[in-house]
Ligand binder design. Structure first.
Ligand code: AMP
Length: 599
């Protein structure tokens, strides 16, 4: 298949705003791709050669790509660099310059998908002393044979900027319409949620039909989408919702890890957004492997900084040192970590995701042996609660033990591990809820405003948005300008650079216009005094008051970058609305009141 055709489809998807149209275009693309290349096309549409959990990268800095563009297009390097600064997108620069060049030359071979995949694999694999040169030569060869659109996407792919705007939900809509029916959609989604490998699901569906998809199973090495918790405003509410009886666990404030352990092979540890954290927690991984009594397991737990001498949990900030990319061995030495396991998803050939929680928990506690001395493997503190007093007592104990609050977990027959879903089988309750503030919000950065005075020249405030899984779009909730220190402000431009967008991205709904737009990618934790009706923000637009949305009042950055969350995992518009409703019940505030949110 010609790469030009695929690039044409990517362009059509990118120019479309609506999820339905995007799915229709993708379905057309999927039908036209040979089955054996479908997985590759799906991975490429999000800029990868592999499934999303595979951390291999192309390792090409913008500078190197701009050099390749300059040499292929025969345009002065300075001019190319200036264009890149102006657009923030080497893909756009390549497209413009290759279009000009193409009018003059005709000596090129059409690019096939096969050729593109092979060359990209070579770029990825190039290592050693001359690797930068090698990478540049391969990209130059590709650009030489590219048309403008192909050049746009190749440069975006190798610089990590490939985002055509279609999320996993849209891709699955497209798959079910191309190869199955709407009714089959849940089975397709389950296969994806337990493998995180859309290419595999797509090729299986296209090649073997739904029967093949049903046979896709949980397996060690392929991360499972994490299950998430709902929240309620009080412990009695939780007890009522759980039917008067449930399990309570400490809610640890650390880094969630899903560990894939093989006694003979290795251990891979994934964050909730599928980053590979195996090196960051290699000590924990070794302990899990050594103490596993069977051959293979997939378990989940929270990695928490822990002082082995006092037996006390340490603040969250300590464990974040383990997320550093460099000098991992000194961080491992300086910050001892214990994993508090809370779930078992697979053990020695058996999928536990469909097994009720009480059974999973009981099994979990039987599959690891104890270590001598400092045991890096522990279990989340757990008890069965059947009264509001018991609930309060356990909650107080958790907070006194330096935890965030509690996780209530259903004991019902249907209490399976719902991969990739947020629901009331788990309900979280944090100590913050007891203060005036309801909770923290994890919001995506969609825009930035240049600062004034002391902050001139850097971003002084950010436009923040919540996610709506139904439309696949982000809706603004506040302009955030408080809680930043100078050091953070200095790192912001670099953090946001690769998400810059020339105009408002089609996945963002906003009335407020920032100086710079971003495709949602960076998630920050934000607190607020409360939520109020806002004439300018678009979250839950019209849901409470016609012609108005909901906004956060007095928003403040907590200092925590949620780099463990994908933008699709940030607070949803539905949750913002829930908070608004809860707060009305709590303090009797008037939902039709005209208190406006910050700006
Ligand atoms: P939140 O990040 O506020 O949505 O809270 C959910 C997170 O709490 C999970 O993703 C885990 O990282 C963490 N957590 C801490 N302790 C537990 C526990 N005992 N069970 C489940 N999740 C837990």
């Amino acid at each position: 298949m010609r790469f030009e055709e695929i690039a044409g489809f990517f362009d059509r998807v990118e120019s479309t705003g609506g999820r339905l149209e995007m799915a229709a275009i993708l379905a057309e693309l999927f039908r036209s791709v040979p089955v054996g290349e479908l997985g590759a096309v799906i991975n490429l549409s999000s800029g990868r050669l592999h499934p999303e959990y595979d951390s291999r990268e192309f390792g090409m800095a913008d500078k190197l790509v701009l050099r390749a563009i300059s040499s292929v297009a025969g345009v002065d390097q300075k001019k190319v660099d200036e264009m890149a600064i102006a657009t923030g997108d080497p893909g756009a620069v390549a497209e413009t310059l290759i279009a000009k060049k193409k009018q003059m030359t005709l000596f090129s071979e059409p690019l096939t998908l096969e050729n593109v995949l092979r060359s990209l694999a070579e770029i990825e694999a190039a290592s050693g002393k001359d690797s930068q040169d090698k990478k540049m030569k391969i990209l130059s060869r590709l650009l030489h044979d590219s048309g403008p659109l192909e050049a746009r996407y190749l440069c975006r792919i190798v610089t990590g900027r490939m985002r055509v705007g279609a999320g996993a939900m849209t891709v699955m809509d497209a798959l079910s319409s191309a190869f199955a029916t709407r009714e089959d959609r849940p089975e397709i989604e389950r296969a994806y949620n337990i493998t995180c490998d859309m290419g595999l699901v797509a090729e299986t569906l296209a090649g073997e039909g739904l029967d093949g998809v049903r046979k896709i199973a949980v397996r060690v090495g392929s991360p499972i989408k994490v299950m998430l918790a709902e929240r309620l405003r009080s412990l009695p509410d939780i007890m009522e919702r759980m039917g008067g009886r449930c399990a309570f666990e400490y809610k640890y404030d650390g880094i969630r890890v899903q560990a894939h352990i093989s006694k003979d092979g290795g251990v891979r540890m994934y964050s909730r957004r599928l980053e590979d954290l195996s090196d960051n927690f290699s000590d924990v991984g070794e302990s899990l492997q050594a103490q596993l009594m069977g051959r293979e397991a997939i378990v989940e737990g929270e990695c928490v900084a822990f002082d082995p001498t006092t037996g006390q949990i340490q603040p969250f900030q300590n464990v974040t040192h383990r997320r550093r990319k460099n000098d991992m061995s000194s961080a491992i030495e300086a910050v001892p970590v214990r994993i508090f396991l809370f779930d078992l998803l697979y053990y020695d050939g058996n999928d536990y995701t469909m097994v009720p929680y009480p059974e999973r928990r009981a099994k979990l506690e039987s599959v690891f042996s104890k270590a001598d001395g400092f045991d890096r493997v522990g279990y989340s503190e757990q008890t069965i609660v059947d009264s509001p007093e018991g609930a309060q007592e356990f909650f107080d104990r958790s907070v006194a033990s330096r935890c965030e609050g509690i996780m209530a977990k259903s004991l019902a027959d249907e209490s399976i591990y719902k991969a990739g879903a947020r629901g009331f089988l788990w309900i979280k309750y944090k100590k913050d809820y007891t203060a005036a503030l309801v909770d923290t919000f994890d919001l995506a950065v969609v825009g930035a405003f240049y600062g004034m005075g002391k902050r001139a020249g850097v971003y002084g405030a950010l436009l923040m948005a919540a996610y709506d899984p139904d439309s696949g779009k982000w809706y603004t909730t506040c302009k955030l300008g408080t809680g930043f220190d100078d050091a953070f402000l200095a790192t912001l431009p670099g953090m946001l650079e690769s998400f810059k967008s020339e105009g408002k991205p089609s996945s963002v709904s906003a009335e407020m216009v920032p100086d710079v737009w971003f495709i949602p990618g960076v998630v920050l934790e934000v607190t607020a005094a409360d939520i109020s009706i806002s004439p300018i923000h678009t979250a839950a637009y019209g849901a409470v008051k016609e012609g108005a949305g909901l906004g956060l009042r007095f928003p403040r950055f907590t200092g925590r970058v949620r780099d463990d969350k994908d933008p699709e995992q940030c607070t949803t518009v539905g949750e913002v609305k829930e908070f608004y409703d809860l707060q009305g019940e709590r303090d009797g505030s008037d939902p039709d009141g005209d208190m406006d949110a910050d700006e």
